[in-house]
Design a protein around this ligand. Structure first.
Ligand code: NAP
Length: 497
């Protein structure tokens, strides 16, 4: 089937793209998703306690405000409902192709079209928007003996709701943003919880509260009230971002976190294990009021020795100690810098995005990639944020996508891609700005790729990203009109990247 724009993914990015395209009059598009419902990461992560660390009024589309958020920081069910609601509110449902996993997307230079092979059939498209999301493919470490374990094993992003944890001996591996949310939820029901911690995290109090019916009514009825609330949150969160760029500013927050730890964990031995030893912000700062207290309960054991192997009835650590378990839950994060979708996208001359991104990811303005015509990558390299809502970044990218599509329509251009030089300049500027930020203070984190480059986080405030993507700059792109293909020397240059 032929469509003008193909979108991969029906999460925040893909649905945002669909809505913005529809409203801008680009109505010939399809949204492909491998799942049987929309929602992306907010569909897949249904673990107990799953919630957002960014306030709801900011973690939502600016063009689809929701006056009915029940909490300042919403839980997963409400965010998922919001996204499903957006589908009907903006009439996107007919454009959805659910249970359509994109196995391959290949650029055809002669036809100037993307050829998509999906589990639901083949499609061609002039433009491809990849919104597969950086947190969509769970990472499970390849631990020795994992296949020999006789109990139940699952990842937090594929929670086994059919597996009752009551009275079980549960091993949890990982202590990141997901684990700090589900550990306090499961701790009261399990018989024994053994938490395998590699690096203790910085944790700040979660200042969430219910939003009252009066406030909700005000958001519904008082003109501008919700926009004002969003603007206030925007500024507040941007000010928090300064701590990532100038780590010295985090001293106050670090002291607050350690004071909370002292109050919540009276036992010195346990507190030592839980005390972070790296600069705050280098890894994602977590927020929770109940994680540390839950670890003080008698049925919890925090293990800091490395995991040597799994055995049929538990885990053995490097110090030779056997830890009995009948269930293992991995809270070990996602394939972020090695996402499987990039192996499936092939640009000019058949080159895959994973080849182009080996050893390191590059994209012009985090969105377009030399050698990959008419591909727009949402939440691409260096578009992540630690302090505020990534929906702001998605929306900035979507403005750029629309500006590019309008430019193509107005000029009759069939194919565009950034010049190798523009992409190189952008990357160099990112790397320069990254130096001196908190992420470069020496910790290991999933923000860094195998070469040690930070390819995930934007080294600035959301505002500066939005400003930089505000205008489409035709001079930074190479173009092809109907029937023409880019010349060979340009191609070689792009392929060299
Ligand atoms: P994560 O932040 O990547 O944490 C993974 C955890 O697993 C870390 O503690 C890591 O230890 C540990 N780990 C990884 N491999 C290991 C191994 N081989 N052995 C032992 N431990 C291992 O993953 P996540 O908690 O799923 O969160 C991922 C991202 O999702 C977050 O950073 C955030 O962006 C997002 N998220 C957001 C929210 C929210 O808004 N509330 C909630 C959940 C997730 P090290 O630290 O030593 O590497």
């Amino acid at each position: 089937m032929e469509t003008d724009v193909a979108i991969i993914g029906a999460g925040f990015g893909g649905l945002g793209a669909a809505i913005r395209l529809q409203r801008a009059g680009f109505t010939d598009f399809l949204v492909f998703d491998r799942g049987d419902d929309v929602g992306g990461t907010w569909r897949d992560n249904s673990y107990p306690g799953c919630a957002c660390d960014v306030p709801s009024h900011l973690y939502s589309f600016s063009f689809a405000p929701n006056p009915n958020w029940s909490n300042t920081f919403s839980g997963q069910p409400e965010i998922w409902d919001y996204l499903r609601g957006c589908v009907d509110r903006f009439g996107i449902r007919p454009r959805l192709r659910l249970r359509h996993e994109v196995h391959e997307a290949r650029w055809d230079d002669q036809r100037q079209r993307w050829l998509l092979r999906t589990s639901g059939g083949e499609h061609t498209a002039r433009v491809l928007i990849c919104a597969a999301g950086p947190l969509s493919d769970p990472a499970i470490p390849d631990l020795p003996g994992i296949d020999e374990f006789a109990g139940t094993v699952f990842h937090s992003a594929r929670w086994r709701h059919d597996h009752d944890l009551t009275g079980r001996r549960v091993a949890v591996i990982g202590t990141g943003a997901s684990a700090v949310q589900f550990v306090p939820q499961i701790q009261p029901t399990v018989e024994k919880l053994t938490l395998f911690q590699r690096t203790p995290a910085w944790i700040m109090p979660r200042l969430s509260r219910r939003i009252s019916a009066v406030e909700q009514a005000a958001f519904r009825t008082v003109p501008g009230a919700q926009r004002l609330a969003r603007a206030r949150l925007y500024l507040l969160r941007e000010s928090l971002g300064l701590g990532f760029l100038y780590p010295a500013l985090n001293r106050f927050a670090s002291r607050l976190s350690l004071r909370t730890l002292r109050r919540q964990v009276p036992d010195q031995h346990l507190r030592d294990k839980l005390t972070p030893r790296y600069t705050m912000g280098c890894k994602r700062v977590l927020i929770s009021n109940d994680y540390w207290p839950s670890l003080t309960r008698p049925n919890v054991d925090v293990v800091t020795a490395g995991i040597a192997r799994l055995v049929p009835d538990g885990l053995v650590t490097d110090d030779g100690v056997h830890h009995a378990a009948d269930t293992v839950i991995f809270g070990t994060g996602f394939h972020v810098t090695d996402s499987p979708v990039v192996r499936r996208i092939h640009g000019r001359a058949g080159r895959s995005l994973s080849e182009a991104w080996t050893p390191s990811m590059h994209a012009y303005r985090g969105t377009t990639i030399a050698g990959f015509p008419n591909l727009f990558f949402l939440l691409g390299p260096n578009t992540g944020l630690g302090h505020t809502s990534v929906v702001l970044m998605i929306e900035a990218q979507l403005r750029l996508v629309l500006a590019a599509l309008r430019h193509m329509r107005a000029t009759g251009i069939q194919a565009i891609e950034p010049t190798a030089q523009a992409q190189q300049r952008w990357t160099e500027r990112i790397d320069q700005k990254m130096a001196g930020t908190v992420w470069q203070t020496g910790c290991s984190s999933w923000y860094l790729d195998a070469t040690g480059r930070n390819t995930t986080v934007w080294p600035g405030l959301a505002t500066s990203f939005r400003m930089r993507l505000r205008r489409f700059r035709p001079a930074d792109y190479r173009t092809a009109s109907a029937g023409s293909t880019p010349n060979d020397s340009e191609r070689e240059h792009a392929d060299a990247l």
